[in-house]
Design a protein around this ligand. Structure first.
Ligand SMILES: C[S@@+](CC[C@H](N)C(=O)[O-])C[C@H]1O[C@@H](n2cnc3c(N)ncnc32)[C@H](O)[C@@H]1O
Length: 152
């Protein structure tokens, strides 16, 4: 296995996990900056053409992983691989952000849910190819129905 090396760090308004919006219907509209190390800046060539980017990053402030946990969006436990829990065997986070503009090695983005100083592992253009009518939302759809008072 390779040893991950950050390509940069996130500048985010969030300094503690409690500041990040959580639970059903939480909106991620916060702006932040993906500050890429100068040695990798050339790799940002042509990134401006994409409206959204996938950011892979490290949960560098997570305690040990748990295989079963109750997420803030439900009152029932689910397996870690059926959730976006920060407590994972390999502590890798994935966030889709909207690219506002690029300034050299800094990408100004909207939609961050990472803490300030989070190490960035990779960036890729977001290209959605799955039609909405083919997507199933698993336990999350059931939790949403329960909260709305509908039978699940
Ligand atoms: C539910 S996770 C989802 C993260 C990402 N969108 C994903 O799906 O992998 C988001 C939570 O991770 C936590 N978090 C953000 N940055 C972190 C970091 N660097 N280390 C540990 N936890 C972090 C915050 O508490 C935030 O509410």
């Amino acid at each position: 296995m390779f040893t991950p090396k950050p390509i940069g760090f996130v500048k985010s308004p969030y300094n503690s996990p409690s500041e990040v919006p959580k639970g059903l219907g939480a909106k991620h509209t916060a702006e932040g900056i993906l500050s890429i190390s100068l040695e990798f800046e050339l790799g940002l060539t042509d990134v401006e053409g994409f409206s959204h980017l996938i950011v892979l990053w490290e949960f560098d402030r997570s305690p040990d992983f748990e295989l079963l946990g109750t997420p803030p969006s439900d009152n029932r436990p689910h397996g870690v691989f059926a959730t976006r829990s920060p407590r994972r065997p390999n502590p890798i986070g994935l966030t889709v952000v909207e690219l506002i503009r690029r300034e050299g090695s800094e990408l100004h983005v909207r939609g961050v849910d990472m803490l300030n100083g989070t190490p960035i592992l990779d960036i890729k253009p977001y290209l959605s190819s799955i039609p909405e009518n083919r997507l199933r939302r698993g336990w999350l759809a059931e939790a949403e129905k329960r909260q709305a008072g509908q039978p699940s």
